[in-house]
Design a protein around this ligand. Structure first.
Ligand code: HEC
Length: 147
């Protein structure tokens, strides 16, 4: 009986911690310093429509370790360093999209965020509720021709 009660208490605690994620609050506290939604460029790109241009898994991986996605990190299994050529020059990178984004918004590298897929889905829902039409440089974004 005691253990049943413990399980009950723990699952209530778990459920409320999952529900406690408030995407709007989280966005205002951690993202507005660098991102607008539908208002164009700030330090980073306008995030309107980001749920359409990127997959949830990509966003989770990018937000968790932006530098790893841009440049790769030989110490991190999930962020391998890749070698390529860009306009005839040798480069190393992690992910083509992240590398290309960085070329557009450098020298700022985004700050790392602890985030999971459910939270990213909630953030996308919040972002979509504000605007799905981005402005600024991101509307001209193209992945660079890395060979
Ligand atoms: C210190 C500034 C800064 C903060 C704070 C920041 N970002 Fe960024 N973000 C950037 C920059 C700059 C880029 C462009 C890539 C790069 O140079 O790292 C970017 C790129 C992104 C991208 C990829 C956009 C695309 O079009 O593919 C997403 C998604 C993103 N940020 C989400 C967030 C969210 C959500 C938060 C808040 C939790 C956040 N960022 C906080 C600066 C920031």
């Amino acid at each position: 009986m005691k253990s049943l009660l413990l399980v009950l208490v723990m699952s209530i605690a778990f459920a409320s911690s999952a529900m406690a994620f408030d995407a709007k609050k989280f966005f205002k506290a951690n993202c507005t310093a660098c991102h607008l939604i539908g208002g164009g460029d700030k330090t980073g790109p306008d995030l309107a429509g980001v749920g359409k241009r990127r997959k949830v898994e990509w966003i989770v991986k990018f937000m968790s370790y932006p530098d790893g996605m841009i440049n790769g990190d030989s110490d991190e299994e999930d962020y391998p360093v890749k070698k390529g050529k860009l306009n005839g020059k040798d480069i190393s990178y992690g992910d083509k999209v992240a590398y290309s984004l960085f070329q557009m918004y450098k020298p700022q590298v985004m700050t790392e965020q602890e985030i999971d897929a459910e939270q990213v889905k909630a953030l996308i829902k919040y972002i979509d509720s504000v605007s799905t039409t981005p402005k600024g440089k991101i509307t001209k974004f193209k992945v660079l021709p890395i060979k």
